[in-house]
Write a new protein. Structure first.
Length: 340
């Protein structure tokens, strides 16, 4: 697969153009989602600082509307769909968090939403997506092509497809996490040395990296992925898009993409530092730590960045570190497994 070349917006600043997405796009998205998305706090806990040997600032997007950061990008994207097109609805593909973000946004804006979801997605994510009023179409992720299913639905209805990560409006919306993180750290009088975020297709990670490059250019951004699903880490090291051989097999379901999105990759290949990978057991340990010590409910994929800090995957001792807990939509059985 080759990298798609896309032109920057007219208002792009050369150093931060990020191809199809600019810092101005992120700032505009922040205005657009204001009053709808939660401005999640920035938290510290002595137990985490002591364990990491660092000053750790937690951005808990598990407290976001719909339970994950995905609401930000979905709401920004749906807002930019012309009124005449909204009447035909939207279609999205997701294992659950993007599904809920799109469904919640569609409900607010009065748009019909159809979500293509894997049949083995966590039950809570399937149930909550339906509860937001969306129509759910399930598929077998080992045997069926979700993109083809979604394309057929769009062709039949004229609906607009909302990509979970390879969309400039979605990336800009997710980038508001990084913008808030930088502003909140500055309010505390702290300079971020490193920031880590759980990474799947790269929409959140590229948006955060873009915002940080503009607000705190000395900050190093790191992707964190599940073991055997580290397509981003390998792609960044190779300088070209690489895919995962497996399509399933990790409890971090929210992070299982086949290959990085071209737009996000074009940003991160310029702005990302060393990446990290974590095991399922390390993710479960992080879920348990978040519950017991931080009093936060986080899903395995959403705890990947926390797992990387807890296990010392990167050299962070003595530094000021930001990490994003990306989602809290966890089945009770999985939470009990982590606590056991």
């Amino acid at each position: 697969m080759t990298e798609t070349v896309v032109q920057p917006s007219e208002n792009a600043k050369p150093d931060y153009s990020g191809k199809a997405v600019t810092y101005s796009d992120v700032a505009n998205a922040a205005d657009r989602i204001d009053g709808y998305a939660v401005r999640t706090p920035l938290l510290r806990h002595p137990a985490l600082d002591e364990r990491a040997g660092a000053t750790v600032l937690i951005k808990p997007e598990n407290l976001q509307r719909s339970g994950s950061f995905k609401f930000r990008g979905a709401f920004n994207c749906l807002n930019l769909i012309p009124e005449e097109a909204r009447s035909k609805g939207v279609v999205a593909c997701s294992s659950g968090n993007h599904a809920q973000g799109v469904a919640a946004s569609a409900r607010i804006l009065g748009v019909d939403a159809t979500i293509v979801m894997p049949a083995d997605a966590p039950r809570i994510k399937l149930e909550r997506t339906r509860a937001f009023g969306a129509t759910v179409v399930t598929y077998d992720r080992e045997k069926e092509d979700r993109d083809r299913i979604a394309a057929n639905l769009c062709a039949e209805t004229g609906a607009t497809f909302v990509h979970p990560f390879n969309d400039p409006a979605v990336i800009a919306g997710q980038g508001t996490v990084g913008l808030e993180l930088a502003l909140q750290a500055a309010e505390l009088g702290l300079q971020l040395d490193d920031v880590l975020a759980c990474t799947g297709g790269g929409g959140l990670s590229s948006g955060i990296a873009l915002a940080l490059a503009f607000k705190t250019p000395s900050t190093r951004f790191h992707t964190v992925e599940p073991e055997h699903f580290d397509d981003y880490k390998r792609s960044l090291e190779a300088g070209a898009l690489l895919s995962n051989e497996l399509k399933s097999g990790s409890i971090c379901d929210a992070l299982l993409s086949e290959t990085p999105g071209e737009i996000g990759f074009s940003i991160l290949r310029q702005l990302a530092a060393e990446g990290a990978t974590i095991t399922d057991e390390e993710a479960l340990d992080a879920v348990a730590f978040a519950f017991r010590e931080l009093k936060l409910v986080v899903e395995p994929g959403g705890a990947a960045a926390l797992a990387a800090v807890l296990t010392g995957k990167l050299s962070l001792k003595g530094k000021t570190v930001g990490l994003v807990l990306t989602g809290g939509n966890i089945d009770p059985d999985m939470l009990m497994r982590a606590l056991a």
